[in-house]
Design a protein around this ligand. Structure first.
Ligand SMILES: Cc1cc2nc3c(=O)[nH]c(=O)nc-3n(C[C@H](O)[C@H](O)[C@H](O)COP(=O)(O)O)c2cc1C
Length: 176
C-alpha cells in the first residue's frame, strides 16, 4: 500500500485546491491511500530558533506526516504572482530536516493560470531536494462555485483522469 499525503495551499472553506485533493483521495487507485493534511492554518510562523527540541507541536506533526508518507501531492493557488505564505511557511518547517530529501512529490493544479506560483513552487521544492515528478495534473476550477466544482469533479472522465494521475505518481514512486 502506497501512503500519500496531500497538502492544499488554500485555507478557504470552499477552496478549489482542497476540493481537487479531496477528489483525488476519493478516486485514488486501490493500492494507494491519500490523506489530506489539515493543519496548515495551525502552524506557527517558521523561526529557525524554534527547531530541534523547541519544535512546535503542529510543525512536528507535519514533519512526521511528510516523513512517513511515500509521496506528497501539493495543490496550491497563486497570490500576487507568488506561493501563498501559508504553504511557504509549511515548507520552511521542512527545510533543515531529512523529511523532504528525496521525497517524491507531485504538483496538481486547480487553475489553468497561476504560472508564477507553479514555477516558484517547483523551484522551492527542488531546492529542498524533493524528488519532483515531471508529470502534473490540472483541472480548471478557477472561479467555479462549490456546486459546479462538485459536478466537474464527479464527471466520469475527470474521475478517470484523476485515478490515472495518481496512478502515474504511484508508478513514479515505485520506479525509484
Ligand atoms: C489575494 C489573492 C491574490 C491572487 N493573485 C493571483 C495571481 O497573482 N495570479 C492568479 O493566477 N490568481 C490569483 N488569485 C486567484 C487565486 O489563485 C484563485 O482564486 C485560486 O483558484 C484560489 O484557490 P482556492 O479556490 O483553492 O482558494 C488571487 C487570489 C487572491 C485571493
Amino acid at each position: 500500500m502506497i501512503e500519500l499525503l496531500a497538502i492544499s495551499g488554500s485555507l478557504r472553506a470552499a477552496s478549489t485546491n482542497s476540493a481537487l485533493l479531496a477528489a483525488l483521495a476519493a478516486n485514488a487507485p486501490s493500492d494507494c491511500r491519500l490523506a489530506v493534511y489539515d493543519g496548515l492554518g495551525l502552524l506557527p510562523i517558521f523561526n529557525p530558533d524554534d527547531e530541534g527540541e523547541r519544535t512546535p507541536r503542529e510543525a512536528a506533526r507535519l514533519i512526521g506526516a511528510v516523513t512517513s508518507a511515500d509521496g506528497i501531492i501539493v495543490s496550491c493557488p497563486e497570490y500576487a504572482h507568488g506561493v501563498p505564505g501559508g504553504l511557504k511557511n509549511a515548507l520552511d518547517w521542512l527545510v533543515s530536516r531529512d523529511a523532504a530529501v528525496g521525497k517524491p512529490a507531485m504538483l496538481v493544479h486547480a487553475s489553468a493560470r497561476s504560472l508564477y506560483a507553479r514555477a516558484a513552487l517547483a523551484e522551492i521544492m527542488q531546492t529542498m531536494s524533493f524528488a519532483l515528478c515531471e508529470e502534473t495534473f490540472e483541472i480548471a476550477l478557477l472561479g467555479k462555485k462549490p456546486a459546479e466544482v462538485e459536478t466537474i469533479l464527479g464527471e466520469d472522465a475527470n474521475r478517470q483522469a484523476m485515478r490515472d494521475a495518481v496512478q502515474g505518481f504511484v508508478d513514479f514512486i515505485r520506479g525509484r
